[in-house]
Design a protein. Structure first.
Ligand SMILES: CC(C)(COP(=O)(O)OP(=O)(O)OC[C@H]1O[C@@H](n2cnc3c(N)ncnc32)[C@H](O)[C@@H]1OP(=O)(O)O)[C@@H](O)C(=O)NCCC(=O)NCCS
Length: 429
């Protein structure tokens, strides 16, 4: 067996042999296939990159058919159960698990970089009273590039490390302040005695008490949710971080672009759509009619189906379990019953079975966030905090990858050519 592809161009009768490496061919190799020397070679057309690998990556592995998700080779189930978010962040960024010394050093640094410059606070306070927290997060992360101009020196690995630590450390501060802003409440400074998730809760919820006392079960659930969202290979926002980062801009600007991508409803917004759907269904007796609507094509079962997973999304299983812990503290979200019954019916129904439609990460996460009294606009902010180490691990991989170039896709031009320009005064005469 030869690892190559023989391509016959039926326009010319010419044959070409193109090497296959890792199940891919190099798109540039198709460039040699030409009608004649005066015409450009063949290119591929792939809107949305549905069948194009843009990089080599050793960060995250997904097998959508089998429902497998691994960070740096470790199954998500084991990390969610036995690790914590900062250890997972270290794993993603450094490629391997930390020693005790490395872990302590990492946690210490992230904990002590949680504060932001007072001018960042003033900047955030300048937003309108009803500003969307995701817009505030995107802008304030972008603004950090002006506070750390040395971040532009991306070729220095030590410099990259400090910016990575700063960004993971400050993201909860910015996210919590965006939340407080919408409520007209004073911003709460970080409490470095607390863990990552506990400190986030303190900045979100602390009022007049001297010290916020977080419920460990809620902190654990939030930490788990951050782990589940920490990376997902070349998704839309990660691709945005890589694409913008490929211009060699500083990482704050690149991550700010990733936050912009995540803001879009097709990426980060599905859990809110699940809540709206569950509320509309209202109670269990309405489910059969709703399912009929889905089968007739009048409805879509939000939180089901995935571009990559054609099996149970492994993250959905873990979130389902986290629901129990959260509801033990907050009381059960009445929509949970509807969600569970909906899942049960859908998983047995021929329509969903045939199309391999299973619950995805968003099916249960909105229920938890709602029980924690987060408004829907905060859901993507929580996603962004969790995804930050993944974006940064991927950004760093991009910077170190000698094969990478500035992202600059081709196009198929469909417009006019060679028109003659008539000046405005003549056209309008
Ligand atoms: C995620 C999603 C966009 C993936 O889409 P995709 O990979 O392009 O899959 P398709 O839209 O081609 O779906 C394949 C088939 O399943 C059906 N389908 C997919 N998701 C469905 C859903 N949630 N409810 C009902 N039918 C669904 C499609 O109608 C299609 O049926 P057909 O073959 O009869 O036309 C899609 O499953 C979806 O819209 N899910 C709901 C939104 C959601 O939860 N998004 C969060 C993703 S993390």
């Amino acid at each position: 067996m030869t690892d190559s592809l023989t391509v016959r161009d039926n326009r010319t009768g010419a044959e070409y042999e193109i090497p296959i490496t890792d199940g891919t061919i190099k798109a540039a190799d198709l460039g040699q296939i030409k009608l004649n020397d005066d015409t450009p070679g063949i290119a591929t057309y792939d809107p949305g990159f549905v069948n194009t690998a843009s990089c080599r990556s050793s960060v995250t592995f997904i097998d959508g058919e089998k429902g497998i998700l691994e960070y740096r080779g470790y199954p998500i189930e084991q990390l969610a159960e036995k690790s914590n978010f900062l250890e997972v962040a270290y794993l993603l960024v450094h490629g391997e698990l930390p020693t005790k010394e490395q872990y302590d050093h990492w946690v210490h640094h992230i904990t002590y970089h949680t504060f932001v410059h007072e001018n960042v606070k003033a900047f955030m306070q300048g937003f309108r009273y009803d500003a969307h927290p995701m817009g505030m997060l995107m802008a304030s992360v972008g603004a950090l590039s002006t506070f750390y101009p040395e971040a532009a020196n991306i070729s220095d690995p030590d410099n990259r490390q400090i910016q990575i630590i700063r960004m993971i450390a400050k993201m909860p501060t910015l996210g919590a302040w965006a939340f407080r802003h919408a409520q007209g409440k004073p911003y709460v400074y970080p409490d470095n005695d607390l863990s990552y998730a506990e400190n986030f809760m303190s900045m979100l919820f602390k009022m007049s008490e001297v010290k916020y006392d977080p419920d460990p079960r809620i902190a654990k659930a939030l930490d788990t949710l951050f782990i589940l969202h920490a990376d997902h290979e070349q998704n839309c926002s990660t691709n945005a971080v890589r694409s913008v980062g490929s211009s060699q801009v500083d990482p704050y600007s690149a991550v700010s672009a990733g936050i912009g991508a995540l803001f879009g409803p097709l990426h980060g917004g599905a859990n809110e759509a699940v809540l709206k759907m569950l509320r509309r269904i209202g109670n269990k007796s309405e489910i059969p009619a709703f399912i009929e609507g889905v089968k007739n094509g009048n409805e879509r079962l939000m939180g089901f189906g995935h571009r990559v997973y054609k099996n149970y999304d492994p993250r959905a299983k873990i979130i389902k379990k986290a629901c129990d812990d959260v509801f033990e503290v907050t009381g059960v979200n009445p929509l949970l019953e509807v969600a569970q019954e909906l899942e049960k019916i859908a998983l047995e129904d021929e329509y969903f079975v045939k199309r391999k439609l299973y619950p995805n990460v968003d099916f249960y996460s909105g229920l938890i966030y709602e029980a924690l009294e987060f408004p829907p606009e905060m859901f993507t902010v929580l996603f962004a905090i969790g995804r930050t180490p993944g974006w940064l691990a991927q950004w760093q991989e991009l910077i170190e990858d000698k094969e990478q170039k500035i992202a600059r896709p081709k196009q198929i031009y469909t417009g006019d050519r060679q028109l003659t320009f008539v000046p405005a005064e003549e056209r309008w005469a």
